[in-house]
Design a protein around this ligand. Sequence first.
Ligand SMILES: [Mn+2]
Length: 312
Amino acid sequence: MSSERSRELITRGNLDGIVSAAVFLRRFPSSQVRFVTSPAAAAALLTSSDADHTYLADLSPAPSLAEAIEHAVRCRRITLIDHHSYPKEHDWAIIDTSTSAAGLMYRYLGLDGMDAVVAMADLYEHGGSPLVSSVADVMGHEALRRESEMLDFAWRLNVKDDAFRLAAARRLSLGLLPSSIPCIAERHAKMVGRDGWRKALDSARRSLRRFGSAAVMEYSGRRPSFHGFGSRALTEAARQEGCRYAVLINHGGSESVVSLRSTAPGGVDLGRFVESFTAEHGMEGGGHPASAGARIPSSSADLLIERLAVLA
Ligand SMILES: [Mn+2]
């Protein structure tokens, strides 16, 4: 077996995962890529794999996956590249919360020629990065946002279609952008034609309430699906309403789960914001500058909204 064939990538099927696959394929064009939806699904694939070197991207080392990796590293190489903060350190894990998984892999593998493609993932995951700024200087921020949106719409047309993901990643690995890749552009056009995005934005807009800088959606239990677009529709509706931050609050009994997204680059570091809020009011929270989450006492939810409302 050639060394190319015994190397593989396991990653997620979302935008960051598809761009991670593109980065991997630029470096290892004939290696295998498989897409999964969770660390547990990655663990199952890893356990049945016989690759000499498995890369895992955009998957956090949750207990099920960490256990499978600890077992596998006894006889083969494993490299996990991820950007979600995780409390435990492992010598097979490279974790950096300041970039997308694709951006981290791009740096780690020492690649170039895909700056704009990788910037789409940084923009999608974090709202910004040094790479996003330098690419936006050249092609414009709005053009970069549109390219990112094209790829994001395209995979959502049929979330089960891994053959599409792979074909898209192969073209992206050449440094091409979504608008110049027919299979992506066609799917994006179909998705726009279905009008699902407009419907998702409309229903997101209806469920948001504005409080100064913050657009807030509160619910209890399962979050509405928004025609398959989920929190993406909420963040975009918030942006169009002129709000800097989108806030989702899932009210449980005594505690509530909060998720925060910034809708434009700049602004307050949301990870730090929730860390200091939870340090003051209890429970726990953390995240990135543009995306953060927390568990808070339900009694402090109104205060959290008030604080966010007055942020610049
Ligand atoms: Mn990611």
